[in-house]
Design a binder for this molecule. Structure first.
Ligand code: GTP
Ligand code: GTP
Ligand code: MG
Ligand code: MG
Lengths: 292, 278
């Protein structure tokens, strides 16, 4: 990984005494390659390198006997700090029901994640209500109903409705009547550039005032992660992020890109297809994974 | 750098940024940028205006490796197996592809080979109804290889022209799921020599460099014949297929440009290369 590459870079310099600006630049190039191969957005990578370069040209590196190890340590620390703390909780409102809305591109894992979140909250003695807000995708409502059945968690659906805003509104009213304290709204996958569908999300937000709008993102997303996250955040407002399919071998550089452009916390990671495969986000583990 | 006299470094940096932001990847980007030197020395590039066309040509070359001849000699049924990681658009693509063949006048049959995911069978059945095509299925939880077997028998018995088999999304790193894929492939080829005639790997245009790992590991499990690149109607450019073409020789055959029946187009390398710089 990066650690080995940097060892090699600095091995060639051993016995030359002090490190030069050029030596540090070589090291920064290696870090840049690692970040780009990990799908960190190339502009985010550029800013990050500039940030760590100032630490890397400090005395601790220039006088170190193991400069390669030191650079890796700095990169790891800075990356971990950037990825943010561990805030792996849904903020529960003091005036129930807490309303959570899941949004994101097509196929990111929203419906499955809705089930996982509901399962987690049920284990925390909450009484969640799942809401089938995707009226477009074939068998989307059925998909959420099957998950609800598996989890023994109620699913609110209006089979004949063509109005996701009305569905969301009715669901919250239902939750109040039936004492469900968390409402999890699954929405249809959509493109950030589809104005009609982005407006639909804004209308749902205006109507039911979610406490948490979670952007669900596939961990294998490449450079486009910045554009997508920025659009969703600017147009709708994002409270937190869930990164899915981290059980694969995607390095997950999108995590850094999204955090850098939105500043919002990555709260959970999806680690599999089963409904118990939702874990807290650990910035240090994510940093090591990105660096490879 | 000699020859760069009229091509300033800012211009080159901008070009590099275009390639990187399109998910071409750092290794392939470096190769393409290095090829500019070669082009300058060979006088194929004489001024900055010729840089983009030169790169587009190089990109098209990588994309045109191994594009298969259209094989019309296959005895029916032609069997198409659709594979890929979770959520990339396999089931939707099958709906679109089934419609394409049906509009061409072929008889088409679909197979609900995803016996695992919630409402996967129902999803494909709705597509079948939309395009007027039957769907072979078994109960959720049954062996996908058994569904494939059933579907092949049905296709032979009904003498359909094209059978398209859906599979469950699977991460390429999950050994047991890749073994399951190998078994599905074996069952199909035992029942019809030479089948599956097409194995389509579906890749999502928003995916970054991990698509290369997907292409490698899926190809190791079953002889992938081509790629379907979906969700090109978004802002992602899908540039990783340039490396997949150049390094692995896998051609892109179709692109998905939306969620509707008609949102499937044959891949055009020139259009794709133009769009990268667009
Ligand atoms: N391996 C793995 N698969 C996942 C994970 N999360 C979701 N999936 C799978 O990804 C695929 C897509 O998941 P969905 O929940 O249907 O995605 P979606 O965002 O609701 O899709 P649309 O509603 O069409 O936008 C399914 O095959 C899921 O089983 C995860 O963390 N790991
Ligand atoms: N915008 C857009 N969306 C697409 C395209 N192709 C598929 N989708 C959407 O992507 C989502 C996932 O599609 P599916 O066909 O369920 O994907 P899949 O690969 O079969 O998913 P799994 O079976 O769960 O692995 C759905 O919301 C589709 O409508 C495309 O070309 N453009
Ligand atoms: Mg969904
Ligand atoms: Mg599917």
């Amino acid at each position: 990984g990066l650690a080995d590459k940097l060892q090699q870079t600095f091995k060639k310099l051993r016995g030359r005494g002090k490190l030069s600006e050029n030596d540090i630049n070589d090291a920064m190039r290696e870090v840049r390659v690692a970040l780009l191969e990990a799908d960190v957005n190339f502009k985010v990578a550029k800013d990050f390198i500039a940030q760590i370069k100032s630490r890397a040209t400090g005395q601790e590196i220039l006088q170190s006997l193991t400069p390669g190890q030191h650079v890796v340590k700095i990169v790891n620390e800075e990356l971990t700090a950037l990825l943010g703390g561990t805030q792996s909780r849904i903020t529960i409102s003091s005036r129930p029901p807490t309303v959570v809305m899941l949004v994101g591109l097509q196929g990111a894992g929203k419906t499955t994640t809705a089930g996982k979140l509901a399962s987690l909250l049920k284990k925390q003695n909450k009484r969640p209500l799942l809401v089938a807000g995707d009226i477009y995708r074939p068998a989307a409502i059925k998909q959420l109903q099957v998950l609800g059945e598996q989890l023994q968690i109620p699913v609110f659906a209006k089979e004949d409705s063509r109005d996701p805003v009305a569905i969301a509104k009715a669901a919250v009213e239902h939750a109040i009547s039936y004492a469900n304290d968390v409402v999890i709204i699954d929405t249809a996958g959509r493109l950030h550039i589809n104005e009609t569908l982005m407006q639909e999300l804004k209308s749902i937000k205006q109507t039911v005032k979610p406490h948490e709008i979670m952007l669900v993102v596939d961990a294998m997303t490449g450079q486009d992660a910045v554009t997508v996250a920025d659009s969703f955040n600017q147009e709708l407002g994002i409270d937190g992020i869930i990164l899915t399919k981290l059980d694969g071998d995607a390095r997950g550089g999108a995590a850094l890109s999204i955090k850098a452009v939105t500043g919002r916390p990555i709260k959970f990671v999806g680690m599999g297809e089963k409904l118990d495969a939702l874990e807290p986000f650990h910035p240090d583990r994510m940093a090591s994974r990105i660096l490879g | 750098i000699s020859g760069y006299a009229t091509i300033d470094s800012e211009f080159l940096e901008d070009l590099e940024a275009v390639l990187l932001s399109a998910d071409i990847g750092i290794q392939t980007t470096n190769k393409l940028m290095a090829s500019i030197n070669t082009g300058i020395r060979a006088k194929e590039i004489r001024n900055p205006d010729e840089l983009r066309p030169y790169l587009k040509t190089k990109i098209e070359e990588m994309l045109l490796k191994n594009v298969p001849e259209v094989d019309v000699s296959t005895e029916p049924p032609r069997v198409v197996l659709v594979i890929g990681v979770n959520g990339v658009g396999k089931t939707t693509t099958i709906g679109k592809l089934g419609n394409f063949y049906r509009e061409k006048g072929e008889t088409v049959l679909l197979a609900a080979g995803d016996t695992f995911r919630a409402a996967a069978i129902e999803q494909l059945e709705i597509w079948g109804k939309r395009i007027g095509v039957d769907v072979i299925k078994q109960a959720t939880g049954s062996d996908p290889a058994a569904v494939a077997f059933d579907a092949v028998q049905a296709a032979k018995a009904r003498k359909v022209d094209t059978l398209i088999i859906d599979t469950a999304g699977r991460l390429h790193t999950k050994t047991n799921l890749m073994e399951e894929l190998k078994k599905i492939n074996r069952v199909i080829s035992r029942e019809i020599p030479g089948a599956p005639h097409e194995i389509l790997l579906v890749l999502d245009a928003t995916t970054g460099q991990n698509a290369i790992s997907q292409a490698k590991l899926f190809s190791a499990a079953a002889p992938v014949t081509g790629v379907v690149l979906t969700k090109l109607d978004g802002t992602a450019k899908g540039g990783v297929v340039v490396s997949i073409g150049g390094e692995l020789g896998l051609p892109v055959l179709w692109i998905g440009v939306g969620e509707g029946i008609t949102d499937l187009r044959p891949f055009d390398p020139r259009e794709f290369a133009d769009a990268l710089f667009g």
